[in-house]
Ligand binder design. Structure first.
Ligand code: BV8
Length: 233
């Protein structure tokens, strides 16, 4: 790890939309980002899905389809290399619902906000691969209900996935690294404070300073495709 004298035993990494930006995946809160074009209340809440499932499915169908046109960038590949080569523990938690970490070769990615390529039945909890568009007319292959299949993503007001595993790993880490996230969405935005409370070293890698930068021991600013490989070297 650059600029470190002794390598930490356990690294906890949190990634956000910024790590996929140079792959061509839109971020949310940057200028021209997703939330400047559509209100999150209209597409990313359980209430929006109840009100207008066509609109919500169309929003996620378009994002799922666009995954076919993107590929992992050097930042994703650097983290895959870190996971493969590092002697200590690497925990990779992402807020992203794309599959670019996996396509770069990461084997254990914790998707705390779910995954675009999985469909979830709101009635029986069945999970199915979702490579193509979903529709409000879809039938759940397990329980047979119509209109209950939704993208397996965590909407605002819903509980993020794998929080027990995430918080346990954070508690055992020596270094917390936040990559390409504005730190605007909780509970992920609270991980840095959690890490500080636990006495863990903290590092932010982001294009520009965020509102939470002051909470980190160190913040490096620039492109993820440059900062992340440099960090891993
Ligand atoms: C919950 C998924 C109960 C699907 C998304 C206080 C405490 C706890 C909760 C709350 C709280 N206050 C409010 C809440 C509720 C709410 C919340 O946080 N609201 C915010 C708006 C205030 N949270 C929830 O509802 C969550 N559930 O709280 O449950 C609970 C309570 C206690 C403890 C546990 C649980 C559920 C949140 C899940 C929301 N789902 N979407 C989808 O993708 O459509 S959120 C959405 O934002 C994204 O999905 C993404 O995952 C998330 C984070 O965004 P970022 O990844 O950070 O992206 P952003 O655009 O903001 O930033 C990109 C950054 O990259 C920028 O800084 C930019 O400079 C940088 N960048 C750009 N290019 C590059 C780059 N960096 C490097 N290189 C580049 N090239």
């Amino acid at each position: 790890m650059s600029s470190r004298t002794s390598a930490p035993a356990s690294i906890f990494i949190l990634t956000g939309a910024g790590i996929s930006a140079e792959s061509g995946v839109e971020t949310f809160r940057d200028k021209g980002g997703i939330w400047s074009k559509v209100r999150l209340e209209d597409v990313a809440t359980p209430e929006a899905f109840m009100r207008d499932p066509e609109k919500v499915q169309a929003f996620y169908n378009a994002r799922r389809a666009s995954l076919k046109e993107v590929a992992p960038n050097p930042a994703h590949r650097a983290l895959a290399k870190l996971e493969a080569d590092y002697a200590g523990t690497v925990t990779l938690v992402t807020q992203n619902i794309d599959d670019l970490h996996e396509r770069a070769g990461c084997r254990d990615v914790i998707h705390m906000h779910g995954e675009l390529l999985i469909a979830f039945c709101a009635a029986c909890g069945a999970r199915e691969p979702a490579r193509e568009a979903l529709s409000p007319q879809d039938v759940c292959p397990r329980c047979g209900k119509v209109g209950t299949m939704r993208p397996d993503v965590v909407w605002f007001g819903e509980m993020p996935y794998h929080l027990d595993r995430i918080l346990a790993a954070l508690g055992e880490a020596d270094l917390f690294v936040s990559i390409g996230t504005s730190g605007a969405v909780y509970p992920a935005a609270g991980f840095v404070a959690e890490a500080k409370r636990a006495g863990i070293e903290t590092l932010e890698l982001n294009l520009e300073p965020t509102e939470g930068s002051f909470q980190f021991d160190e913040a490096r600013h620039g492109l993820a495709s440059v900062l992340v490989p440099a960090f891993v070297e």
